[in-house]
Design a protein around this ligand. Sequence first.
Ligand SMILES: Cc1cc2nc3c(=O)[nH]c(=O)nc-3n(C[C@H](O)[C@H](O)[C@H](O)COP(=O)(O)OP(=O)(O)OC[C@H]3O[C@@H](n4cnc5c(N)ncnc54)[C@H](O)[C@@H]3O)c2cc1C
Length: 459
Amino acid sequence: MRSEAIPTRAPRPEPHAPAQERVLAVGRRIDGSLPAHGRSPGGWLDEALMRVCACDEHLRAALFRFIDVRPACRNRRELGEHLAALLAEARPASCAGRVAATLARSPFSRQAAALAAGAAAQRVAHRFIVGSTVPHALASVERMWRDGVGSSLDLLGEESVSEGEADSYAARCVDALRVLAQSARRWPERPLLEADSLGRLPRANLSVKVTALTPAIRADAPQRGIEDALARLRSILRCARELDAHVHVDMESLGSRETVLGLVLELLAEPEFAAGPSAGLVLQAYLRDSPEELEQILAWVARTGRSSPLTVRLVKGAYWDHEVVEARQHGWAVPVFERRADCDRNFERLTRRLLSARPRVRVALGSHNLRSIAHGIACLPLLGLEAQDIELQVLRGLGDDIGRALAGMGLRVRVYCPVGDLVQGMAYLVRRMLENTANDSFLQARARGADLERLLAQP
Ligand SMILES: Cc1cc2nc3c(=O)[nH]c(=O)nc-3n(C[C@H](O)[C@H](O)[C@H](O)COP(=O)(O)OP(=O)(O)OC[C@H]3O[C@@H](n4cnc5c(N)ncnc54)[C@H](O)[C@@H]3O)c2cc1C
């Protein structure tokens, strides 16, 4: 599942891990900067809604189908009838779901139930989505910037099924870059967000999904997807170069990895992009072969010698369930680690390898796990690096508190901010809901009040 154009290079020796005491000290400092009094009542309501939706897949499916049909309903009566029909069909398993179905069944409470369901969906969406359009999102991202936190906009909508959809996504990306860059010119100076020791960092930053740039993604024929998406991503990169903006290409499920990697590396190696724009890609630590993938990327960086360093955002990976189920269904070897500790250890190993590869790459860690973040920060002095040599990225709605705490400690933080409406964002919302309520996730463990020392223990 790998681009054959990229030769593997022998890995360099792995830098030493920081001492546990050092990681603990950093972790305690971050924890001490987190809000002390828990969530606001509104935040508590969001959590409760998320938990109900995530635990009851039938209720969740009904709610998502309701979101889908909502714009087509002409009045409250129709809205209520649709909700009642969807809940009756879905047969929710949870107590809250059964109460909702009962309320929707009764003609006396049906409309109120439909309004409540609509309001609940809007609440959850508002938590994760920064605005329905880029102009609507601008006020929030400017506020974040003024508060010392950067952003990366992500236009919701993935997996285009036609050339027309892919063209339209690429055009939306170009428009978004123009609107964002124009607005960003008026933002006040924030030196920490605008430069690191390798040079200037663009204010405008857009994350892009390759499955939205081509309907031709095929795991067994990656070149088809690359050829189909090439012109579209090229137009986005040209626009970013002209506007001095950053383009980050997200990584999705393994079936598209070769296309994503091949496309990004092929385009960025073109002479016209040798000096810019600033660009980046994503490495998923849950993949067993991610260390080899990183060596390929580093070999490519060394070979191409672009003057604008490639940013690598290290994440654990958002498609764990999908990868496991798909591999088992086909009788393939499972490509992801199956124990959390193995994934977390690999994340730390890759963090050290990436940091040691500076200045050839810029390093961004995308995680809400205090241990993973503290480990990355604790590595800096061991490698002779400064705080500005790492970027910490969080997702809007999940990592807001951690992001604010890190920014307050003088670290560079960027919030990943989806833009779009509820219907476009459904796949994204499902991933975030599952992530936020997974029993073994760091955020859940913390929400349950797990002991800090245990959360910061070596994986
Ligand atoms: C700014 C930002 C950008 C992101 N961009 C992307 C992207 O482009 N592509 C992408 O795929 N993801 C992306 N993610 C999501 C990311 O991959 C994680 O899903 C998410 O951040 C949760 O990881 P964590 O370190 O915060 O939490 P943790 O609770 O520490 O880890 C949860 C993660 O562990 C892994 N995991 C869960 N169960 C197991 C198990 N049994 N065995 C082994 N591993 C397991 C999964 O990857 C799961 O997401 C992004 C995240 C952020 C913050």
